[in-house]
Design a protein. Structure first.
Length: 222
């Protein structure tokens, strides 16, 4: 039987591996130094957003003001702490079942790409042992517009040589990413337990255990 799903695009942080708390920890450390405190609710708004977009949002909500140069230094510091956090990352840090699903797609010859807003994506992928599995990889270094703009996903779909985006699933843990998937005309599948994802995505899955193409097609198309 021919699959209706012709390709998949994966976000990285929060979808294949659990870096979200580590980004939060690093932003909090920066906050202690420069005078903001980040609530979990504010942190949720940073999900999917790139480094500068995140910092600008924090600064705005904290009513602070910094020069461009100070912001550069702050981002550099935050990233240094984040890189220390992921120093020991390995395949053990993949979400359970994620690798099985990627292997399943490979066996089914369904092409898949990575589309992450993070400038650290290639480092993380390498640590997770996944860099050779993806046909195409796009990250925060490749685009000028971050999520919720669909640029990352559109580039990934073009790279996979798939023209009908309504046949491609985007897996995302962030509301900004789900919005980007909708804007680009993709099938938006939310990953995680956030109730906001349930409201906005075509479908949500809470983990990768037991997920395969048949399961997804049954839930999406019947
Ligand atoms: P950088 P994703 C995004 O990656 C995260 O969702 C977001 O929360 C984080 O702030 C951003 O990466 C960080 O980017 O690593 O360059 O500081 O979810 O799009 O894979
Ligand atoms: Mg994410």
């Amino acid at each position: 039987m021919e699959e209706k799903i012709k390709g998949c695009i994966f976000d990285l942080d929060g979808v294949l591996t659990d870096t979200v708390p580590l980004h939060y920890k690093s932003w909090c450390l920066l906050g202690e130094e420069v005078g903001f405190s980040l609530t979990p609710d504010q942190n949720k708004k940073l999900k999917g957003k790139g480094r500068l977009d995140s910092l600008n949002l924090i600064i705005k909500e904290s009513n602070l003001n910094f020069s461009e140069r100070e912001k550069e230094e702050m981002m550099e510091k935050k990233n240094r702490w984040f890189l220390e956090e992921i120093e020991q990352f390995s395949t053990e840090n993949l979400f359970p079942g994620a690798l099985d699903f990627l292997v399943h797609l490979t066996e089914k010859q369904i092409p898949f790409a990575l589309a992450s807003g993070s400038k650290n994506a290639k480092i993380i992928l390498e640590k997770l042992g996944l860099q050779k599995m993806f046909q195409c990889i796009f990250d925060g270094n490749d685009v000028s517009l971050g999520k919720p703009d669909p640029e990352l996903f559109v580039k990934a779909a073009d790279c996979l040589s798939l023209s009908d985006r309504a046949e491609i699933i985007v897996f995302e843990d962030s509301v900004a990413g789900i919005e980007a998937a909708h804007k680009g005309g993709f099938i938006a599948v939310g990953f995680g337990a956030d109730p906001e994802l349930k409201e906005r995505a075509h479908l949500t899955i809470e983990n990768w255990e037991g997920v395969d193409i048949e399961y997804l097609e049954n839930r999406l198309f019947s």
